[in-house]
Every structure is written in structure tokens, then in C-alpha cells.
Design a binder for this molecule. Structure first.
Ligand code: SF4
Length: 266
């Protein structure tokens, strides 16, 4: 896909570009950008904000202190590159999300965790995968992944927000302890990896970009559409549109649907 875009003569790409100014109106925008130390001016008819979101960098659960404590994105990369073949994994949900730092649900992390858990089981059917969760939110038809995960023997254990799991390293081994609220007892595991399902957070540059484009941000720092139902990919400013996780955490298919809507609107 990257190659297709790069080779398309109708698409001009400016890498590591910084927007210096945007002026004009629908059909007649002029933007100054700084790309590879060169200032350039481009003329364009519309603006599409598709700046995405970032993965929250956790300070919880000893992240960064032991290489076996990783995020779902890191697990995905390690599995894709065939660098690991874990036999015992504990996943912890809602890391950062639904708390003081990030108050909203990050939407994609329950499905991502289950998708990765199924990947592990596919490679190693006897692998033990435990998902420690507050609520499982596999939106829409993604609920089917949850059913499949149960069929494959992935274990789901609930934890209370007031009694979060504890991660430590004891005698060189990872140890995770969680209090299961139904039986009111602590359960411990010694996994090969602890995988954190971390929040999706807005890009810190959103604020500057929103000022340049004179478009609003939501209270969470994502770009805010003109109307949730009637103009879901427009801003109130004519000729400026948005799609993808710049709007809020989203699955890839949802981002593609929004992008197609933007193309038809623009
Ligand atoms: S999708 Fe799941 S893990 Fe992610 S914030 Fe929502 S409930 Fe928590």
C-alpha cells in the first residue's frame, strides 16, 4: 500500500513535514510547510485532518523496567516478525484508559488483545493466555472474536478498579497477582510476557493544528466533528474534513469508511 501511494504520480508526499501556516478558504487554500529543511508553498482546495492517535506510554505495571512487559502493539510486531513464541501470557486491560489520566474507553484494545491472544493460540495451541479485564468491550460483530477466544480456552478474569493487578519480578521471573472478585481470592501467575492494553491518546500537536485550521477539539483533545449524526466527517469550517483516529480511537475498517465518506464529501 505504501508503495502504491508513493508511486502514484497524482500524490505528492512530504515526509516529516511541519505546517507553518494555512490560509484561504474552500477551493483556494495556501499552506506553507517545512519539509526536509526546505520551505514550500502548496495550493489546495480542501484539507483533510487524518493525523491519527498515539499509544499511551504507560507508567503502570513496571513498563519500561523489564523487556518482558510490553504493549499490545509491541506484541503484535514481535509476533509478526516471528521473534517470540510465548507459552504463558498475561494481558492486562484498560491500562491508562478509563481512569484519571485518560477518562474514556479506548475502544480498540479489547479486540486487539483478543486478536493477539488468538494469534498466540494459533501458533501454540497449548499456550496459556489470561486476559485480566474490567469489562470486555468487543464492539459490534467483534463479539464473535470473544466467543472464539472462549472456545480456544483463553481465560478471562475480571478485576476491580479498586484492586488492580500487581506486576513484579521475583527471582528473575515475572509474577502477576490479581484478586478475582467473584471468589474474592488472589490468584498468581508466572507468565513469559505481560502485555498491556494501553490507551489511545490524541496527538499533542492537535492543539496547534486546530488553531491553524480554526476547528475545535473535544474535551479529550481529539478533533470534533460539526455534527455527530448529520455531518460526521465535516468541520463547521467549509472545506476542512476529518477521518480516522484524529477524531477518536478507531478500528482500521472504521477509519477507511470515514476516509471514503471524506472523499465523497470533498
Ligand atoms: S476497549 Fe477494553 S481495554 Fe480498551 S479501554 Fe475499553 S474496556 Fe478498556
Amino acid at each position: 500500500l505504501i508503495k502504491l501511494v508513493e508511486e502514484n504520480e497524482k500524490i505528492e508526499i512530504f515526509k516529516s513535514a511541519e505546517i507553518l501556516s494555512i490560509e484561504g478558504y474552500v477551493g483556494n487554500f495556501k499552506s506553507k510547510i517545512l519539509s526536509e529543511n526546505m520551505e514550500k508553498e502548496i495550493e489546495h482546495g480542501v484539507v483533510v485532518v487524518a493525523t491519527g492517535a498515539l499509544e499511551y506510554e504507560p507508567t503502570e505495571y513496571m513498563y519500561g523496567k523489564d523487556g518482558r512487559i510490553i504493549t499490545q502493539l509491541e506484541l503484535e510486531q514481535l509476533l509478526a516478525e516471528d521473534k517470540i513464541n510465548p507459552k504463558n501470557v498475561v494481558m492486562i486491560q484498560c491500562v491508562g484508559s478509563r481512569g484519571e489520566k485518560v477518562p474514556y474507553c479506548s475502544r480498540i484494545c479489547c479486540t486487539t488483545a483478543i486478536k493477539n491472544a488468538l494469534q498466540i493460540k494459533e501458533r501454540e495451541p497449548d499456550a496459556k493466555v489470561y486476559v485480566l479485564y474490567r469489562d470486555i468491550r468487543t464492539y459490534g460483530f467483534r463479539e464473535d472474536f470473544y466467543d472464539k477466544a472462549l472456545e480456544k480456552g483463553i481465560t478471562f478474569l475480571r478485576y476491580d478498579v479498586d484492586s488492580k493487578p500487581r506486576v513484579e519480578v521475583a527471582s528473575g521471573r515475572l509474577k502477576v497477582t490479581v484478586k478475582e472478585p467473584l471468589i474474592d481470592e488472589k490468584i498468581s501467575f508466572n507468565p513469559d510476557f505481560v502485555v498491556l492494553s494501553v490507551a489511545q491518546v490524541p496527538d499533542p500537536n492537535n492543539e496547534d493544528l486546530s488553531k491553524s485550521l480554526k476547528v475545535p477539539l473535544s474535551k479529550d483533545g481529539f478533533f470534533l466533528e460539526a455534527h455527530m449524526k448529520l455531518r460526521p466527517v465535516d468541520f463547521a469550517t467549509e472545506g476542512v474534513f476529518l477521518c480516522g483516529s484524529a477524531h477518536s480511537p478507531k478500528f482500521i475498517d472504521e477509519s477507511i469508511s470515514q476516509a471514503e465518506a471524506v472523499v465523497s464529501r470533498a
